[in-house]
Design a binder for this molecule. Structure first.
Ligand SMILES: COc1nc(N)nc2c1ncn2[C@H]1C[C@H](O)[C@@H](COP(=O)(O)OP(=O)(O)OP(=O)(O)O)O1
Length: 163
């Protein structure tokens, strides 16, 4: 199974109206053309936390620290484990987000996240993660590779878990 990460840098106050999340518009690879958090696949010997920090640096040039684990998501494709994705959020970072070949960054109000331009599962778990909750989820897709062309069919979620 692929091990991957997502990192959601946050800025502003906790109130939904003031708080913004850094999303990327993915420019290549899985989920190309959709919005997501910075992230990617773990390299051999790398912890998920190290991966989230490296991917955020490589994709948008931001040095994130004090990552808080917010979720563990398993994506199944045709009943087989495809990807386990470790989700982090943080309010600590240095630098200004800049575009790379992989990603175009954009600060978005947490009340205005473009779920209609994101993976179909995101609207189920990302709002809670942006509110500060923790989640473990399993999401089933059908229709064969690649995952971003498969159909999202079903899910299970457990909130406020210890990660
Ligand atoms: C199935 O639902 C998904 N939802 C969300 N929000 N994100 C997902 C989903 N499935 C995969 N992802 C994430 C996990 C990774 O952050 C990216 C995919 O990363 P990619 O395959 O592009 O990995 P990289 O290491 O960045 O790419 P290279 O191999 O080109 O270096 O999507």
């Amino acid at each position: 199974m692929i091990e991957a990460t997502l990192c959601f840098p946050l800025r502003g106050h906790d109130a939904e109206i003031d708080c913004e999340v850094l999303l990327i518009e993915k420019r290549r690879g899985l989920g190309e053309g959709w919005y997501n958090g910075p992230g990617g696949k773990c390299e051999p010997g790398e912890t998920p936390r190290e991966c989230a920090i490296r991917e955020t640096r490589e994709e948008v040039g931001l040095e994130v620290t004090d990552l808080e684990k917010a979720g563990e998501l398993t994506f199944l494709l045709d009943d087989e484990g495809h990807t386990v994705c470790h989700v982090y959020r943080t309010r600590s970072f240095d630098g200004q987000p800049t575009s790379s070949e992989e990603a175009h960054p954009e600060w978005v109000s947490v009340g205005n996240v473009p779920y209609d331009q994101m993976w179909a599962d995101d609207r189920l778990w990302l709002p809670g993660v942006l509110e500060g909750k923790t989640v473990v989820g399993e999401f089933r897709f059908e229709g064969g590779e690649p995952l971003d062309e498969a159909e999202f069919v079903d899910h299970d979620l457990e909130w406020d878990v210890s990660l």
